[in-house]
Design a protein around this ligand. Structure first.
Ligand code: ADP
Ligand code: MG
Length: 399
């Protein structure tokens, strides 16, 4: 890959101070970390650098403070990070300035500290060269391990890569190589599953994918918009009728690019959006006027499973139905299990991402079986849109 990793750093890092941009923006309930997934993701990089004798200084944002806000201090995260890391972690009450410089100077090789919320400085989001320089004085090298923040050109996610020797951390590296395998230079044929509520939130994703994949599988509420654009009466379904022209344009682009678009031909309909609402399976041309489509049907799912069997690579964003309410989780669960089985058999590289998608794969019990599941949210979507992520681009330029 076109960026440097920890493998390019010397084994002996005594005398070096590594500024590690991690994503410690964890969910908290009553002042305690309620989900340590992101802390666990930071462990490999921090431990590797500390084991080689570097002083490790962890930078992260936390929430969206406007200036210094004690309620959004990273201090409560420090003990939780120490727990998953299995070694003591200190806290430094600022990420730049004389006090931070003094605290860092007193640290010994292998010591780890979390520096206070980068967003307490207005210069973070402004990518202010003065803040970048002040932070850079604390370290001798920069490691970006926060793919999930790489779609922002902030001081700690982008600016630092230009002023210190810059490396990708282990989590960043894993994410980038998985995404590269899925869409950068995938083995063909490639299938993309795009679902979720609305076409409008994924227009750029769809436009990018039709030019890159061999099969585009459209499910979720957005399938209704495409069906309606083709003249299907979708009753009371969630549907963006005003996007009919846009949907037809995407279908035309797919056609021109040789991408086969798969829309459901049977669907599950109900009269209420709630769990256990009475439901029936109907052909798309028989959707009752007073019903809404809440999932794609069993025949469609079976056909889509057959499509996946012909593919080598799968990228998935968005559930196929209203998976939060049973029984409208069935299509998502069934296709996810097919993808997981194909992956475990070694025939499919499967990469998925998106907040609800990750929840749906966990619900189906198959997240572990996928090749890679990204928890990066906004950064994952921007990557699916084909955008250049500033944090990643800066690492490339540094190499
Ligand atoms: P992600 O967070 O993975 O990017 P989205 O946020 O785009 O996914 O979409 C998830 C939402 O789409 C879920 O809340 C789900 O209930 C909703 N959804 C999927 N299919 C339908 C449908 N047929 N009707 C209404 N909502 C749907
Ligand atoms: Mg969502």
């Amino acid at each position: 890959m076109a960026f440097r990793t920890l493998d390019e750093l010397p084994m002996d890092l005594r005398g070096q101070r590594a500024l590690v941009r991690a994503d410690l923006n964890v969910p908290m309930v009553d002042g305690r970390v309620s989900d340590a997934t992101r802390l666990s993701a930071a462990v490999a990089t921090i431990a590797t650098l500390a084991d080689r004798g570097a002083v490790v200084l962890v930078l992260s944002h936390f929430g969206r403070p406007k200036g210094v806000d004690p309620a959004l201090s990273l201090r409560p995260v420090v003990a939780a990070l120490g727990e998953v890391l299995g070694r003591p972690v200190a806290f430094v009450a600022d990420c730049a300035g004389a006090e931070a410089e003094a605290a860092v100077a007193a640290m010994a090789p292998g010591d780890v500290a979390v520096l206070e919320n980068t967003r307490f400085h207005a210069g973070e989001e402004a990518n202010d060269p003065a803040l970048v320089a002040a932070m850079a004085r604390l370290g001798t090298l920069y490691v970006n391990d926060a793919f999930s923040a790489a779609h922002r050109a902030h001081a700690s996610t982008e600016g630092l890569a230009h002023v210190l020797p810059a490396y990708a951390g282990r989590t960043m590296q894993a994410e980038l190589s998985a995404l590269q395998r899925a869409l950068g230079a995938p083995e063909r044929p490639v299938a993309a599953v795009v679902g979720g509520a609305k076409v409008s939130s994924k227009l750029d994703v769809l436009r990018n994918l039709v030019g890159k994949v061999d099969h585009l599988i459209i499910g979720g509420g957005m399938a209704n918009t495409f069906l309606a654009a083709r003249g299907v009466d979708v009753g009371k379904s969630l549907c963006e009728h005003e996007l009919g022209e846009t949907a037809r344009e995407i279908l035309a682009r797919a056609d021109a690019a040789g991408c086969t678009v798969h829309l459901p031909y049977d669907v599950v309909v109900a009269r209420a959006f709630r769990a256990q609402a009475p439901s029936e399976v109907v052909n798309i041309h028989e959707i009752p006027a007073d019903a809404m489509v809440l999932d794609i049907g069993p025949d469609a799912v079976e056909a889509l499973g057959d499509v996946l069997k012909t593919c080598t690579t799968l990228v998935w964003n968005g559930p196929l139905g209203a998976f939060e309410i049973e029984p409208f989780d069935r299509a998502t669960v069934a296709l996810a299990r097919t993808a997981a089985a194909l992956t475990e058999d070694g025939g499919l590289v499967s990469v998925a991402g998106g907040g609800d998608t990750v929840a749906a794969l966990n619900h189906a019990g198959v997240a572990e079986a996928f090749t890679f599941v990204s928890t990066a949210g906004g950064a994952f979507l921007e990557w699916m849109e084909g955008k250049t992520l500033p944090g990643v681009e800066a690492l490339r330029q540094a190499a």
